[in-house]
Design a protein around this ligand. Structure first.
Ligand code: SF4
Length: 954
């Protein structure tokens, strides 16, 4: 008997979005088990329950294995399909898309979920010529990205994070219980062992909050009030880092307060401006304490007033930005914030003092010499060791952008940006404020048979960068970059279906969805969206005439498709976590990584990347076509090897092992052996910057020069932190008929004036303002559990043993007041609908909040679960209670989103709870028909489900 052949292959996990390194163990070519790769920089060998359960994803009976076409006459949603060949699928798509591209490319919309290939999907959309492209960011945490990047040039998670190696105090706000899972768990564990103090602010005490030294329960959507009160205290106590504010922020820069002027509220500028960066002039003025006169910012020997009121020689009244901030937070006292947040005023004061004192009195000095962008040499790098981490709990509210601005400003006042023990950037951040990439400026950017004239997603610096027509109305189907959501840097995926069906602003033809369960947990107002997916126009045609869904597994969404394209799993394909997208960079330098196939996919599956390359080649999109009009790339792996952003630029999707023999990095000629070199190096390329380039990167001359050589930055000018946001003020001025040429439509002017405040302010989330708080007194929120990444693991036999149904967690006090016992069936009702579910007592929730896990409840039969499975019987979906639109105070309906960024207001809904009647069935409501099995899907074989890592069958 021959002994079995065992192999270990390394690749990158994708059981969640953290991108840990894994080792996949195979015996005779069959997957046996998965463990963490000890040599991988992200997880250093650690693996979580999800990561090690990847094996059951491979054996899932919900796996799609053939392209499928909706059966003639079958209704969308019924899941009735016929199997077709890939050639037929490509023919259908090519014919349809070629016609759209030759007539009106915006009638094709491509929206993707939590994929990690946005550099490719974005390139495809742009080359096709459609502006209607975005990924999941708009319904996830775009407020976090935009609020931070428009303030400090970087953001949390993929773009930066807390330096827990040196922090003394760590404050986590509004973060799901295992966000940034293994990497953050590893860091928190070391931080706590070293004696660091960990404070978690969250309505729910689970996961990270459960191991915090102090849990600060807070009412959802009120974090902005807490942060502004802390800013108030820090300023009142003088605990801000004055030197940091003067040199590295616009705190000392003078703001024009002449209300009659066209540049009212903008920073005053000197005349001469010999600028390195034409997009960002550095000629603002300070009021110098020595000369008692205005001087150009950063003038040698000058020291600006941060407080005070001054008059320029020409008579204009001015104040430093910091003075305006101080005035802004004057009334945001701890007592006021207690009434809003439920956090006692004494706690707010104590936290503010602790932050300020740790930052001031426990400074770190690292013996690292560096030179700043103004040429001043520093012998050390200083750290004020207070670190923060925040995410969707802050972001997913319609007041989230201004809340996150408040957080960024608090971090700035404490002097913690890109310093040891504080927040640190990850390459390619910091970026300019705002980054240089811009959306197109008008409908003329969309032309038949032509790539889009600009990037589908970008960073507007003023109203001039909006993507609107001559009447100021949106060009994109999701209304991104319009006056409704000017800074919607990640698009508004949650509005696509509603807008397309309402033909507002126009009708589209084909909607392609990749990896997003828009008919279930990735959509607000699920029942209505499912109805809309089936809605027909007067001519009998579907209002969204053609719906393509690409995924690896059967789901509630695939059931609505006209065409289903079966994707591969993460263990079967090549993938790139690119510097052009969201790499896995570390604080010490750029890191990108790949996935390589470790097992073969089923014959009928195709990686979505290959699908895009094939379609792009058939449609002859310029970047995918050679000079003779032929196909340029055979497949995705070849595309990655040979593609360059411009001919000869030397910049491609991968930064490592470039150049003919792999001797270059960041840029260099294509290397035919690049994949092989990544595979030999744990699928990771990691470049460590010299220590003098690892800190203070917004203003670090050496780093800036390196970043220019590496082509990460075009200009080497300093990135000044924006305590006061001129970008926002320019929108306000436009609403007042000033600044630039563009004006918002009349109906949106007061909205722009109200929300585009250059200083952070607190307002109640829009939905809450419109809801009767007496009838609906409770906030309802969700979070994803540690053991499942949203809906991805609904079919995972091992993980289903941890979560097969969800409860609504309620404080015993709140429940008892309604006569609800632990485990009772109850109704949860919002102004938009009601859901029946099981209540569970929990002391770990703020009494005015109820919460549940996201995406555990399922449509019966979906994900190939048995029709009677607990997920469909006892599990429930809170999304039924959340509306995607609100009544606009200006009339009509408006998206339930942040008015600045379009971020979906997931966590703004208000509910009431009451006991279900004793004669009601003990099962969830609303009920749905059970989904059927599609052609090509495996029947559920109990032996396969029971297959385990020990090598036997139970
Ligand atoms: S945290 Fe777990 S699931 Fe996520 S990438 Fe790492 S091992 Fe995989």
């Amino acid at each position: 008997m021959t002994s079995p052949k065992t192999e270990i292959k390394t690749t990158t996990c994708y059981m969640c979005a953290c991108r840990c390194g894994i080792r996949v163990h195979l015996r005779d070519g069959k997957l046996r088990y998965i463990d963490g790769n000890p040599e991988h920089p992200i997880n250093r060998g650690v693996i979580c329950a999800k990561g090690s359960s990847g094996i059951m994803k491979q054996y899932s009976p919900a796996r799609l294995t053939r392209p499928l076409k909706r059966r003639e006459g079958a209704e969308r949603g019924a899941g009735e399909f016929v199997e077709i060949a890939w050639d037929e699928a490509f023919d259908i798509l090519t014919q349809r898309l070629a016609k759209i591209r030759a007539t009106d490319p915006k009638k094709f919309a491509l929206f993707t979920g939590r994929d990690q290939m946005q550099a490719l999907t974005g390139l495809f959309a742009r080359q096709f010529g459609t502006p209607n492209y975005a990924a999941h960011g708009g319904f996830c945490s775009v407020n976090m990205a935009a609020g931070m990047i428009y303030s400090i040039g970087g953001s949390f998670w993929e773009f930066g994070g807390p330096d827990l190696e040196r922090a003394k105090l760590f404050v986590m706000i509004g973060t799901a219980e295992d966000h940034h899972s293994n990497p953050l768990k590893i860091e928190i564990s070391k931080f706590k062992r070293r004696g660091g103090r960990f404070v978690s602010v969250n309505p729910v005490r689970t996961g990270y909050s459960a191991i915090a030294d102090e849990w600060v329960p807070i009412r959802p959507g009120t974090d902005g009030a807490l942060l502004l009160a802390i800013v108030h205290e820090i300023i009142a106590l003088g605990l801000y880092d004055r030197d940091f504010l003067v040199r590295y922020t616009n705190a000392g820069q003078l703001v024009n307060l002449d209300e009659a002027a066209d540049d009212y509220g903008l920073l005053v500028r000197g005349t001469a401006a010999p600028e390195e960066n034409p997009e960002y002039a550095h000629n603002q003025l300070w009021w110098d304490r020595h000369s008692a006169a205005p001087v150009r910012t950063h003038s040698e020997g000058a020291d600006p007033h941060l407080l005070g009121s001054f008059r320029l020689p020409d008579g204009r009244s001015v104040k430093p930005a910091f003075q305006l901030l101080e005035e802004r937070v004057k009334d945001y006292t701890a007592e006021w914030a207690e009434g809003v947040t439920g956090v006692p005023a004494a706690t707010i004061r104590r936290l503010a003092q602790e932050m300020g004192i740790v930052a001031r009195d426990q400074k770190i000095e690292l013996p690292i010499a560096w030179t700043d962008c103004w040429g001043k040499e520093h012998e050390t790098v200083t750290g004020n060791p207070v670190a923060f981490h925040a995410m969707r709990g802050l972001a997913a509210h319609s007041n989230g952008f201004q809340t996150i601005r408040a957080l960024a400003i608090l971090m700035t006042l404490l002097g913690t940006i890109d310093r040891p023990g504080g927040f640190r950037h990850k390459a390619p951040f910091p970026r300019a404020i705002p980054p240089a990439a811009k959306p197109p400026r008008g409908p003329e950017a969309v032309k038949p048979d032509t790539p889009l004239g600009g990037l589908a997603l970008g960073w507007p610096a003023s109203p001039e960068d909006l993507f609107v027509d001559a009447a100021g109305e949106p060009v994109r189907i999701d209304k991104g970059f319009s006056w409704e959501y000017p800074l919607s840097v990640h698009g508004l995926m949650h509005s696509v279906i509603t807008n397309a069906v309402n033909e507002d602003p126009y009708r589209i033809d084909t909607l392609m969805i990749f990896m997003a369960n828009m008919a279930w947990n990735s959509t607000m107002n699920t029942l209505e969206v499912r109805r809309m997916l089936n809605a027909r126009a007067d001519d009998g045609e579907y209002k969204i005439p053609f719906l393509v869904v690409c995924d690896s597994f059967q789901s509630e969404m695939t059931a609505f498709a006209d065409l289903v394209l079966p994707d591969t799993t993460y263990l079967e394909r090549h993938d790139v976590m690119s510097m052009l997208d969201r790499p896995i960079s570390e604080f010490d330098g750029p890191v990108d990584s790949v996935r390589v196939p470790v097992i073969a996919p089923p014959a009928g599956c195709k990686p979505f990347q290959d699908v895009l390359i094939e379609l792009a080649s058939r449609l002859k999109l310029p970047a995918f076509t050679d000079a003779e009009g032929g196909r340029r790339y055979r497949d995705y792996p070849e595309f990655i090897l040979r593609y360059e952003t411009e001919p000869g630029s030397g910049i491609g999707f991968l930064a490592g092992w470039r150049g003919k023999g792999g001797e270059k990095f960041m840029h260099g000629e294509p290397n035919p052996r690049q994949w092989e070199m990544y595979a030999q190096n744990n699928c990771v390329f990691h470049h460590r910057l010299p220590p003098s380039y690892q800190y203070m990167r917004n203003w670090n001359k050496g780093y800036m020069e390196w970043a220019q050589r590496a082509r990460i930055r075009r200009f080497g000018d300093p990135i000044i932190l924006q305590i006061y946001s001129e970008v926002l003020q320019k929108f306000r001025l436009a609403a007042d008929g000033k600044w630039g040429r563009r004006r918002p439509p009349e109906r949106l002017r007061s909205r722009i004036r109200t929300y585009f405040d250059p200083l952070p302010f607190y307002y109640e989330p829009l939905e809450r303002q419109a809801t009767d708080g007496t009838r609906y007194p409770l906030a309802a929120v969700t979070q994803r559990p540690m053991a499942m990444y949203h809906a991805w693991d609904s079919q995972n036999a091992w993980l289903r043993q941890i979560h097969a149904h969800n409860h609504l967690y309620v404080s015993p006090r709140t429940a008892a007041a309604q006569g609800i016992g632990d485990g009772d069936w109850i109704w949860v009702e919002s102004p938009w609908g009601r859901v029946r579910c099981i209540a569970k007592y929990s002391e770990a929730v703020e009494p005015g909040t109820v919460w549940t896990w996201n995406a555990i409840g399922k449509q019966p039969g979906a994900w190939q679960l048995g029709a009677g499975a607990n997920e469909g019987r006892k599990g429930f979906l809170l999304n039924h209670l959340i509306s995607d639109t609100l009544r606009s105070p200006e009339g009509g309906e408006i998206s339930n989103s942040d008015p600045i960024t379009g971020q979906a207001g997931w966590y703004d809904v208000r509910v009431r709870i009451y006991k279900a009647a004793t004669d009601e069935p003990h099962e969830t409501w609303p009920r749905f028909e059970a989904l059927v099995r599609y052609p090509g899907m495996a029947e559920v074989v109990p032996e396969t489900i029971a297959y385990d890592a020990s090598g036997g069958k139970r």
